[in-house]
Design a protein around this ligand. Sequence first.
Ligand SMILES: NC(=O)c1ccc[n+]([C@@H]2O[C@H](COP(=O)([O-])OP(=O)(O)OC[C@H]3O[C@@H](n4cnc5c(N)ncnc54)[C@H](OP(=O)(O)O)[C@@H]3O)[C@@H](O)[C@H]2O)c1
Length: 253
Amino acid sequence: MTMQVSKPMRVAIFGATSGIATAVARRYAESGARLVLVARDQASLTAAAADLEVRGAAEVEVQEADFARTADIPATVAAAWTRFDGLDLAVVAYGTLPDQQEMEAESAKAEQALVLNFLSPALLCGELAHRFEARKSGTLAVISSVAGDRGRKSNYVYGAAKGGLQRYLEGLRHRLFAAGVQVLDIRPGFVSTKMTAHLSQKGPLWASPDQVAADIVGAIQKRKEVLYTPWFWRWVMMGVRNAPGPLFHRTSL
Ligand SMILES: NC(=O)c1ccc[n+]([C@@H]2O[C@H](COP(=O)([O-])OP(=O)(O)OC[C@H]3O[C@@H](n4cnc5c(N)ncnc54)[C@H](OP(=O)(O)O)[C@@H]3O)[C@@H](O)[C@H]2O)c1
């Protein structure tokens, strides 16, 4: 009798030093996955790889990339894809939350935010899409944000980038349906990471990266298309999306 041994899952994380991505990577490491970590800081990557190996990862490869350099994206994806001869899961987690008023005053800052939060992840997903499509399997899990659900005066540049990313993923999901590839749009609310370190991070709307990571891993397993995390953001954003414009003009949101 031959025994079936399941192969470790091959997972690449783009933006692997993010607070949310770190919590996701730990969960896959604990299940014995092989991981490719892609981020811009070599020292953080080395430390993350050591941590994930201790937690049970079968293998960890690291790769440096600055995702603001969009011309490098095809080579970055090609290198990550070939580490383990293909991927079962790609998680796209990088982003920035710049100051809205600074972006209103300086177009160059708005441009950087739009590149990093929309153009770059969209191009990266495009590079991954045709590879997953050719294999007829795999999961592309991308962190957008609840901020993409409606334009608000307090953060509409970031919100526009995330909203654009949501539309891109929606279209990609329709394209990849026939190939059986899952495209998951992850929409977190407030999460306590270094991105939000300037805020109080206290109150019932705040979640830990680990809570969000548990939801992400669950949504990947269940082959969901859109994840609001924690769950109550689906209902919060339904209210926000449906609030009348004249009322919205008068809020500070
Ligand atoms: N925290 C929240 O409340 C929240 C809510 C909704 C959505 N999100 C989204 O969740 C994702 C993860 O964010 P997070 O909360 O985990 O924040 P985070 O810990 O600050 O992670 C952001 C990551 O983006 C990376 N990054 C920024 N610019 C980069 C560049 N040019 N090249 C390479 N990497 C770059 C950072 O790298 P370094 O480590 O080198 O700085 C960091 O790893 C982002 O897409 C964010 O927009 C977060």
